[in-house]
Design a protein around this ligand. Structure first.
Ligand SMILES: NC(=O)c1ccc[n+]([C@@H]2O[C@H](COP(=O)([O-])OP(=O)(O)OC[C@H]3O[C@@H](n4cnc5c(N)ncnc54)[C@H](O)[C@@H]3O)[C@@H](O)[C@H]2O)c1
Length: 247
């Protein structure tokens, strides 16, 4: 039987860890060929941990605005024109607003916002030409609510939702959908560091389902948005928050 992502090429940023890695595992297990992108050179070995052959790793610092063009050109050259882009590279630098330095503010925007946009722009150029594409941007529940000490993070994630809507509108007639996914805390390195100890236990009690999310649960939502079946879903910000933001 044909697997859901047979013949599909998926570029995934942040693929060395956390949600990006879980998405790579999830899509590869269903037939996709993965181009993993990360700051960490662990991404060069990521193919060895995935089902199937032909996966490719690229080391890139996505705060360098010119990196995205190079990444997409290498993906096209080594694997083929991507059908799917998942922007999962991201950082969470937490400070009270009065203590945020210019450097930490700028770094957050460079990775979470500019990195996401320039990857989407470079992928969108080849996808709109091909007449097919699925772009999924990791935002966060921080895109729709305020969180203590998350001023740069919340601003960057709300902006990711804003750019998602514009790209969705501009590329809809070209067969390219663009959506954001907004999880509550996910139990990855980033999530555990930001929500350790009593702060995390309190947050879990405030989530209606009573727990944080697992990376595989986020991967399953992303896989739906990345599938042919999701052709009518574009410009959305899909929450995966155990009910937290409905309160
Ligand atoms: N974990 C959570 O609680 C949570 C919740 C909501 C949204 N998110 C978002 O999901 C995404 C993934 O988070 P995660 O928990 O998997 O994080 P993670 O720290 O486990 O993985 C992030 C990956 O991004 C890579 N990366 C960081 N800066 C980079 C750069 N400049 N260039 C290239 N790669 C870079 C890191 O090397 C790492 O492999 C992020 O955008 C994050 O904001 C996470």
């Amino acid at each position: 039987m044909k697997a859901l992502f047979d013949g599909k090429i998926a570029v995934i940023t942040g693929a060395a860890n956390g949600i990006g890695n879980a998405v790579a595992q999830y899509l590869a297990a269903r037939g996709a060929t993965i181009v993993g992108v990360d700051l960490s050179d662990a991404v060069l070995q990521v193919g060895e941990t995935l089902e199937g052959d032909g996966h490719h790793g690229i080391v890139a610092d996505l705060t360098d605005a010119s990196a995205a063009e190079r990444v997409i050109a290498e993906a096209v050259d080594k694997v083929g024109t991507p059908h799917i882009l998942v922007n999962s590279a991201g950082i969470a630098l937490l400070d009270p607003a009065l203590d945020v330095t210019v450097e930490r503010w700028q770094k957050t925007l460079d990775v979470n916002l500019s990195g996401t946009f320039f990857m989407a722009k470079a992928a969108g150029a080849v996808m709109t030409k091909a007449g097919y594409g699925r772009i999924i941007n990791l935002a966060s529940q921080a895109s729709v609510i305020g969180l203590d000490q998350h001023v740069a993070y919340c601003a960057s994630k709300a902006a990711v939702v804003g750019l998602t809507r514009v790209l969705a509108m501009e590329w809809a007639r070209a067969g390219v959908t663009v959506n954001a996914v907004s999880p509550t805390v996910v139990e990855t390195a980033l999530g555990k560091a930001a929500w350790a100890g009593e702060k995390g236990e309190k947050a879990k009690r405030e989530i209606p389902v009573g727990r944080f999310a697992q990376p595989e649960e986020v991967a399953a939502m992303i896989a739906y948005l990345a599938s042919d079946d999701a052709a009518m879903v574009t410009g959305s910000n899909m929450l995966l928050d155990g009910g937290y933001t409905m309160i």
